[in-house]
Design a protein around this ligand. Structure first.
Ligand code: SAH
Length: 222
């Protein structure tokens, strides 16, 4: 029997705090959220390892450090309205639900969205809404957002994300080619777009109207 809370604490010390994540609220959220429940049972023993894991439908749950880095870059204080693109397993959604007021998440693959919704509800995250749609359009009806995170790699910065940010809002997004990207933080300021490169990363593709070309069937609910 694995003592998951012990392994989780070790992960936070060795992979998160030791690599420079400083935001104490982010660290507390990662200590709390039971990441192993977001992967299938056969993979639970690896849930706190330093890499992504498959979650089905050729998608992955992001590496713990990457979730921490992206979340810290959003600079959350607790009152924010958040947009996440790519709910996937729902793991980062849970972290965001711990740190902000309301989380709106879009996932294009129906089976993943349904599983994430159910698990987040069971874990008591009632400040989360997940829509099944092409997230490259953002979620205009719920905008503006104080912060947006995109958990899939994009060839460019989709215009709707910038448009749906509030003034001072932060967009954290991997941009690059299909195999490798750089993680950018875009801040919307009165003087225009402020762009910071937070370093190299590797994500699955953001597929949709303002992302990579769709290779399969869209699963939206509408
Ligand atoms: N944060 C998630 C990451 C999942 S991987 C986790 O840690 O579990 C990225 C996710 O983005 C996949 O589930 C994929 O289906 C989704 N995705 C890709 N393009 C999308 C789009 N245009 N709209 C919504 N979701 C998208």
């Amino acid at each position: 029997m694995i003592d998951f809370s012990k392994v989780r604490l070790k992960m936070v010390e060795e992979q998160i705090a030791a690599r420079g994540i400083k935001d104490s609220r982010v660290i507390a959220a990662i200590k709390k959220v039971p990441r192993h429940l977001f992967v299938e049972e056969a993979l639970q023993s690896q849930a706190y390892s330093d890499h992504p894991l498959p979650i089905g439908e050729k998608q992955t749950i992001s590496q713990p450090y990457m979730v921490a880095l992206m979340t810290e870059a959003m600079e959350l204080k607790g009152k924010e309205r958040i947009l996440e693109i790519g709910a996937g397993s729902g793991y980062q959604t849970a972290i965001l639900a711990e740190l902000a007021q309301e989380v709106f998440s879009v996932e294009r693959i129906r089976s993943l969205a349904i599983r994430a919704r159910k698990l987040l509800y069971e874990l008591g995250y009632f400040n989360v809404e997940i829509k099944i749609f092409d997230g490259t359009y953002g979620w205009a009806e719920k905008s503006p957002f104080d912060a947006i995170t995109v958990t899939a790699g994009s060839p460019d910065i989709p215009q709707p994300f910038y448009d749906q940010l509030s003034m001072g809002g932060r967009l954290v997004i991997p941009v690059g080619d299909a195999d490798a990207q750089d993680l950018f933080r875009i801040t919307k300021t009165e003087g225009g777009m402020k762009k910071e490169n937070l370093g190299g990363c590797r994500f699955v593709k953001l597929i949709g109207r303002y992302g990579w070309e769709d290779e399969g069937i869209m699963n939206d609910e509408q």
